[in-house]
Design a protein around this ligand. Structure first.
Ligand code: AMP
Length: 432
């Protein structure tokens, strides 16, 4: 095993600085859009009582059946690392009496989620989601807003090659008749379905839509379609949503088999798919959850939300060659000509930072030659030489790393002069 005895646990990985910087950028753009649409940030705990997810996500879902990281704390309480964001947000909504606030209450979150899944490209056990929830409105316009928000975000990042799929799962009322018909249709195929689907037949029929088995899917796709069973209210809601999206120039495809893996969805469900991500092709998705808040003990309150997977978003962005700004480099390096002047050098370093000029120096006692090599590697624009001659004259020697030209600048004038030089360099190049 060698010296590296410890590795990140299976299904997790370190996000190293280069990728972390990209994530900072996509988070920044997300926050800009959320602000534009008046969504406020919320941060909930990484773990919750297990019961919350069983009740919220649904006993018979894949997440609850197979994928939760559940553990007991030292007092024997059952806790679970959050596998998704909505249940926690609804729990917070109820705990803090958010129903007193003006509706719709609009919230967003960015953070890690945990699912015990078999890791593969685009699927890990720890992954991040950027998500939004709008609670308290039944209007199709809020469904349209949430979808527009998601699409505008992806578009603003520069993504082009994705497909928005749309469906309506109806409400419990219209589902009742659909489930009966579906059950009747599936019964003769019982011997051909996978063991999971056979279990679903008797536990929660609609979860059959989560199956990835080709044969099950084939059977399902030849069967009844939920949108043919929508009640009048669900149908007009769905039609109005489509009209609003069309009005906004948002392209979508109706996908009658889009159920998504959670029990709580009602009416609208949607998903953004990438052509580049193989089996894990959903960049993000969401839907309406009009029964969830009541299920978790609140008054009947409608809601809708989405979540985008950050890792899949980045994988897709890479294929589309989306330009994500590089990590900012320090602008100035302090080159120490003589060790005795360390204190002066450190003072200048901190003065530069106080003036918002990113700066670096050597902390390992390198020779001047290797300090300059380091400065070169860091890609700084200027190196300042601090030597005894310069100190005596009250100046600093400044080398422009691009042209190699050097000049002496009075210490009193250093910050002003560097700022001016840096702004000339930055002109036409905003990679700061
Ligand atoms: P869901 O909460 O299942 O609707 O997932 C929303 C989004 O989160 C998906 O479209 C993915 O982008 C992302 N996601 C879900 N599960 C995983 C996972 N195990 N690994 C990476 N990303 C995931």
């Amino acid at each position: 095993m060698g010296r590296n005895k410890f590795k990140a646990p299976k299904g997790t990985r370190d996000i190293l600085p280069e990728e972390a910087k990209k994530r900072e950028y996509i988070e920044e753009i997300a926050k800009e859009i959320f602000q534009l649409y008046n969504y406020q940030p919320i941060i909930t705990p990484l773990f919750e009582k297990t019961e919350l997810f069983i009740r919220g996500i649904g006993e018979s879902t894949d997440i609850v059946q197979k994928e939760m990281y559940t553990f007991q704390d030292k007092k024997g309480r059952s806790l679970t690392l959050r596998p998704e964001g909505t249940a926690s947000i609804v729990r917070a909504f109820l705990e803090h009496n958010f129903n007193q606030k003006p509706f719709p209450l609009k919230l967003f979150y960015i953070g890690p989620m945990y699912r015990f899944e078999r890791p593969q490209a685009g699927r890990s056990r720890e992954f991040w989601q950027i998500g939004a929830e709008a609670i308290g409105s039944i209007e199709p316009a809020i469904d349209a807003e949430i979808i527009c928000l998601m699409i505008e975000y992806l578009t603003r990042l520069g993504l082009k090659d994705f497909t928005l799929l749309l469906n309506s799962m109806g409400c419990p009322k219209c589902r009742l008749s659909f489930i009966k018909v579906l059950e009747k249709y599936l019964h003769p195929f019982k011997g051909e379905l996978c063991p999971d689907c056979v279990r679903r037949l008797s536990t929660n029929l609609l979860r059959i839509y989560d199956c990835k088995n080709k044969n099950c899917l084939k059977i399902l796709r030849q069967g009844p379609i939920i949108s043919h069973f929508l009640c009048e209210e669900c149908l007009s809601h769905f039609k109005e949503l489509q009209a609003l999206l069309t009005q906004e120039g948002i392209h979508f495809q109706i996908e009658p088999f889009l159920a998504r893996g959670l029990d709580y969805y009602t009416k609208t469900t949607f998903e953004v798919r990438s052509p580049y991500l193989g089996a894990q092709n959903a960049i993000g998705g969401g839907g309406r959850y009009d029964g969830l808040i009541e299920e978790l003990g609140g008054d009947s309150t409608p809601g809708i939300g989405f979540a985008i997977g950050v890792e899949r978003l980045l994988l897709h962005a890479e294929v589309e060659k989306i330009k994500i700004p590089q990590a900012a480099k320090p602008k100035v390096f302090i080159g120490l000509v003589e060790r005795d002047l360390k204190r002066e050098a450190f003072k200048i370093l901190q003065d530069l930072r106080d003036a918002s000029i990113s700066a670096e120096m050597d902390f390992l006692g390198r020779s001047l030659k290797s300090q300059i090599r380091l400065a070169d590697k860091l890609g700084v624009s200027f190196v300042l030489f601090i030597g005894p001659d310069e100190m005596e004259k009250g100046v600093v020697k400044v080398r422009d790393m691009e042209s190699g030209l050097e000049e002496e600048i009075k210490k009193d004038n250093l910050i002003f002069s560097l700022k001016k030089k840096l702004s000339v360099k930055d002109g036409g190049n905003n990679e700061s």
